[in-house]
Design a binder for this molecule. Sequence first.
Ligand SMILES: [Zn+2]
Length: 324
Amino acid sequence: MTLREAQQTSLRRLLPYAARQSRFYARRLADVDLDSIELANFESLPFTTAGDLRNWRDFLCVPPGEVQRMVSLHATSGTMGDPKRLAFTQNDLARTCDFFREGMRYLVKPGERLAVALPGADRPDGVADLLRRALRPLEVEVFCPTAREDLAPWLCGERIHCLITFPTPLAGLLRAFPAAAPPTLRGVLNSGDRIDPELKAAVRAAWKCEVLDHYGLTETAFGCAVECPTHNGCHIRALDVLVEIVDVRTGAPLPPGHQGEIVVTTLRHEAMPLIRYRTGDVGSLMPEGRCACGNDMPRLGPVLGRLDRTGGQARLVRTPKGGS
Ligand SMILES: [Zn+2]
C-alpha cells in the first residue's frame, strides 16, 4: 500500500468517526457529504482553529474513562476562561512512542543515557515517559533534570550521551562548553522551539556532535516530524499526521517549496482527532521524492516562526513557539 493509499484509508475512517463521536465535528461536518471526501478534495473541508479548542469537551470522541492523558495548552496572552485542553488515549500515545523510537535511532545507541530537558517533560505520560517506553527495548535510560538543576554540571555528572532540549538551554550549554562537547555527549535533539541555524551550526562545529531538529505539537501528541542526518528537512510521521501548507491569508493550499501556515490532520487519533487544524506555525513542505537517507516519508522544511493574529492581521514572529 502506498502512503497516499494508507492516508486515504485513514481519512475514510476518520471523517465519519469524528462526525459521529464528537459534538464539534457533528456540527462542523453536518452539511458535508463525507463519502465524497478524499485526499484530492480534502481542501474543501473547513479548518479547525486553536480558538475552536476553547470548547475542548466538544472534541472528545471517547468516554472520559478512556482518556489516558489530558494536556492543557499554554494560554496565550489576553485569552480568558477555560484553558484549552487536549486528550489522548493509550493508543494515541503508543503511536507517538513508535515515532519516537524511529526518530531517536540516529542519536542513541543501546545502553546509552538520554536526558530530556523540556518544560513539563517529566509529567506522567509526558515526553520523558513516552521516550522511556519507546526506548526500553534498547535499554536506553531516560533522565530529566529538575527545574533547579544547573544543566552543565548535571549533564556531566549523569554521563548523558544524548540531550533533548530547546534553543535557550542549548545556547547556555554552548557558553559553558565553547570548545568541546560535555565529555560523554554525542548527540542533541532540538525540540519545542525553532532553532536558529547559526546556533545549530555553532553547536555542531564546537562539539563535533550530531544536532537534529524535531517539530512537534501538543496537538499531534507531541511528535510530528524529525530530521535525519542528511539535514534536508524533517520526516513527517505521515501515516499519523497529514500535513498541508496553506496561504496565510486566503487559506488556499500551497505546493511544496512554498512557505505558508502548517495545517495538520491527526489521521489516527482516537480521543480528540483534529481535522485541518491551523497550527499558527509557518513552514513549507520539501519537494517530493526519496531523501538521501532512504526514507521516502514527506519532509517539512525549516519552520520560520509563528503567526501572531492579534489585531486581525497575521504577522510572522520569529520567536519560540511555546512549550512541548
Ligand atoms: Zn532523510
